[in-house]
Ligand binder design. Structure first.
Ligand code: NDP
Length: 312
């Protein structure tokens, strides 16, 4: 493991447990596939997930392709609508309305970001709440905040499942979430409150971020700034969930190359934390697995099937 920072750190220092998001996501996908088989065999229902991609953003293309492949691998039906970057808001709303009315479609996801001429929030709120598998609509946001229920956004749900798998009950833990976006930070706050953590949310105006970090038993970083959280900001033994995905250029014997890193300085943090997610291979794989899970949840709700009855 290469070292970052100024000093040489001895290899004899304890190292955090690695939170293996790839393995957890594979287990979750397998569980979803089993539930899909039971839904088909016992109830004659095959969950269907529809994804709408507007424009040709290369990163979005990759996500959409992965979602489609994993949806099919889980035994579900995958529907893809690809629209040009020039699509108007009215045209997109028309597609959403058609998918809302299609009984073979149980989950709808509009890939973000959308081109500038389209009002993202209007499109998200046009998705029928019971098919809103991203959980970003006003109805699902309200349900999570007021009742701890509804469709839960996939990335925070993935973070929660990892935390529960590695820590068990979270009650009473002091948690710090860095970032207050609608897709990660805010729903993460609601989920950790629901699990009885004492939660602080930090953002770009927070004073003494290092001090806030040092008090946290659980630290969730969702900032989008490469390796911003330093090793000596982390409370010894804390659990670190790094949501950030940042591409940086590093030098190598073959010249400069691109590398993915999180928002946490992993090489230093791994010496201090009790458990930590790597980037890549931590939170990322859980996001699509949770999307598949949400699609099964949505299909069950639409046929009044108790989702827990699908687990052997
Ligand atoms: P946003 O840009 O929407 O939000 C970033 C948050 O970080 C904001 O709340 C911002 O504060 C805060 N922030 C920015 N600078 C600082 C700072 N110096 N100190 C403290 N807080 C700061 O990002 P997202 O929530 O959409 O994504 C965050 C990261 O997670 C990105 O790297 C993204 O790629 C990744 N991501 C990964 C996913 C996955 O599947 N693994 C899914 C979604 C996102 P303020 O509100 O004050 O501006």
């Amino acid at each position: 493991m290469p070292e970052s920072g100024s000093g040489v750190i001895s290899d004899t220092l304890p190292r955090a447990r690695l939170i293996d998001g790839r393995a957890s996501a594979a287990r979750l996908r397998a569980e979803v596939a089993r539930q899909v088989a039971v839904l088909a065999g016992r109830h004659g229902v095959t969950p269907g997930l529809a994804v709408i991609l507007v424009g040709d953003d290369p990163a979005s293309e990759v996500y959409v392709r992965n979602k489609g492949r994993q949806t099919l691998e889980a035994g579900m039906r995958s529907f893809e609508t690809r629209l040009p970057a020039s699509t108007t808001q009215a045209e997109l709303l028309d597609h959403v309305a058609r998918l809302n009315a299609d009984s073979a479609v149980h989950g709808i996801l509009v890939q973000l970001p959308l081109p500038g001429q389209i009002d993202e929030l209007a499109v998200i709120d046009a998705i029928a709440p019971h098919k809103d598998v991203d959980g970003f609509s006003l109805v699902n946001t309200g349900l999570l905040a007021a009742r701890g229920a509804g469709m839960i956004p996939c990335t925070p749900l993935g973070c929660l499942l990892l935390l529960q798998e590695y820590l068990g009950k979270l009650s009473g833990q002091r948690a710090l979430i860095i970032g207050r976006s609608n897709i990660v930070g805010k729903p993460m706050l609601q989920l950790l409150l629901r699990e009885h953590c004492t939660v602080t949310v930090a953002h770009s105006r927070t004073r003494d971020l290092a001090g806030e970090c040092r008090r946290a038993d659980i630290l969730v970083a969702a900032i989008g700034k490469p390796q911003m959280i330093k090793g000596d900001w982390i409370r010894p033994g804390a659990t670190v969930i790094d949501v950030g995905i940042n591409r940086i250029t590093v030098s190598s014997p073959d010249g400069p190359r691109q590398r993915l890193v999180g928002d946490v300085d992993f090489d230093a943090a791994v010496r201090v934390a009790g458990a930590i997610t790597p980037v890549p291979g931590g939170v990322g794989p859980m996001t699509i697995a949770c999307l598949l899970r949400n699609t099964v949840t949505a299909a069950c709700a639409q046929y009044q099937i108790d989702a827990s009855s699908l687990i052997d």
